[in-house]
Ligand binder design. Sequence first.
Ligand code: FMN
Length: 141
Amino acid sequence: MIQLVYGSRASRPVRFAELCKLLALAQRKNAARGVTGKLCFDGKCFVQVLEGDRDDVNAVYHHIARDPRHQELQILSVCEVEVRSFAEWHMAYCGVSEASKAVLERLGIPSLDPLELSAEAALAVLTDLPSLAKPEAVEAA
Ligand SMILES: Cc1cc2nc3c(=O)[nH]c(=O)nc-3n(C[C@H](O)[C@H](O)[C@H](O)COP(=O)(O)O)c2cc1C
């Protein structure tokens, strides 16, 4: 299995309803491929981790990379893994709420800008922010 982490910048504003739809679709499609992971969106930038068999993760990533809703994609890390770190969800979500801003501050991460984010910081964000089944209206509004 591999674990792939990438970051990107939203190419335009992504509203709450669209984010909910995107996540529901991702969960359905990833389930069909046995891919699990987590998506974080702070209103400007995305950070996402994908885990699963190499062929499946590559297929999903290349599909995502063609999505015009984001740009300046940066693969932050790819590694072989024995076990999944994000096994609970085919795609969990975490937003950057007031509460989670404190987590980012504690981690010393000023922004999710993919051009600034280290692989280590991206994984810390995805690991430490609470996983949600879907976005919270207040965060994505
Ligand atoms: C930030 C972001 C993350 C996405 N994550 C996934 C994902 O994990 N799995 C997935 O199948 N599609 C994901 N998508 C959506 C795909 O890019 C694509 O729109 C969707 O799979 C529908 O593709 P289709 O119309 O070719 O079927 C994501 C899109 C964006 C912008």
